[in-house]
Design a binder for this molecule. Structure first.
Ligand SMILES: Nc1ncnc2c1ncn2[C@@H]1O[C@H](COP(=O)(O)OP(=O)(O)OP(=O)(O)O)[C@@H](O)[C@H]1O
Length: 259
């Protein structure tokens, strides 16, 4: 059997705060296979972001085992195994779009010609061809978020971690970006970890949906989606889609019963 690209076994994380310990993650067990699209959904404070940050070695579990590509998250971070997309696009206003996308490549010391080639390639991947010389403030919110995805893709990591990347966008833009993200995922074969508050977004995008609940943050359900990988937006009106959405809803409610 192939080894999962991300594997968590009995992961716990307790934050020590002024008000006492906060158990952000409790006994999290999860396997993510290469090429999967995994969404994390649950109410505020259930540990979605914390788990993503553990994968990215931005937080360290208090106990348990977590591997990324068979190595520790810290080693995986040093090996540039993932790109990270935050809720806010976080582009530097004094740099052009191309300049922003180049930033991680500059830090990694890529030669100029390769940087330029990569910028062109990722701009095309996120449908921003021709916008490299614009500044962030000249782009719409949706375009800025596409640019931040391009930046995360620029060094071609196997894993893309996305923390509510479309949360601040209106529904029409969000639909379009969801469609584009699926196309990008199909073209690149990346493994994607995606945090969301939206049930339709989670069901539309994912091959696996991880339902979480708070206090302490834990996984209450893991749903393997039976939907085909190729998904027109209209799939959201099919009985299969609505059935999965219902199961997510039930998982969310069941989680609350423990609070
Ligand atoms: N650095 C920290 N110090 C102390 N407590 C923290 C820290 N980071 C997160 N927490 C707490 O851990 C719990 C999980 O937080 P986390 O941000 O992972 O939740 P979330 O599910 O991503 O929430 P949201 O949907 O609001 O982003 C919360 O109770 C939060 O207050």
């Amino acid at each position: 059997m192939k080894k999962p690209i991300i594997e968590a076994r009995g992961v716990n994380l307790v934050f020590e705060t002024n008000d006492g310990p906060v158990q952000a993650l409790k006994d999290v067990n999860l396997s993510i296979e290469r090429g999967e699209f995994v969404s994390f959904i649950g109410p505020s404070g259930c540990g979605k972001t914390t788990f993503l940050r553990c994968i990215a070695a931005l937080e360290t579990p208090t106990s348990g085992a977590l591997t990324v590509g068979g190595i520790s998250p810290d080693e995986a971070r040093k090996a540039r195994s993932y790109g990270y997309v935050f809720q806010a696009a976080g582009l530097y206003p004094w740099r052009t779009i191309a300049g922003n996308i180049k930033l991680p490549l500059e830090i990694m010391g890529y030669p100029k010609s390769e940087m330029d080639a990569r910028v062109e390639k990722v701009l095309e991947l996120v449908d921003l061809k021709g916008f490299g010389r614009k500044f962030p403030w000249q782009l719409s919110g949706g375009m800025q978020q596409r640019a931040s995805i391009a930046r995360a893709l620029s060094f071609d990591a196997d894993i893309l971690l996305m923390d509510e990347p479309f949360g601040a966008l209106d529904e029409i833009v969000r639909d379009k970006l969801n469609e584009e993200l699926l196309a990008l995922w199909a073209r690149t074969g990346k493994t994607i970890g995606f945090v969301t508050h939206s049930i339709p977004e989670a069901v539309y995008l994912s091959t696996k949906i991880v339902v979480m609940s708070p206090r302490p943050g834990r996984i209450t359900d893991v749903i393997e989606s039976p939907l085909p990988r190729e998904r027109p937006l209209e799939i959201r009106d099919t009985p299969e889609f609505l059935e999965i959405a219902q199961r997510v809803r039930e998982g969310l409610h069941a989680g609350h019963a423990h609070v």
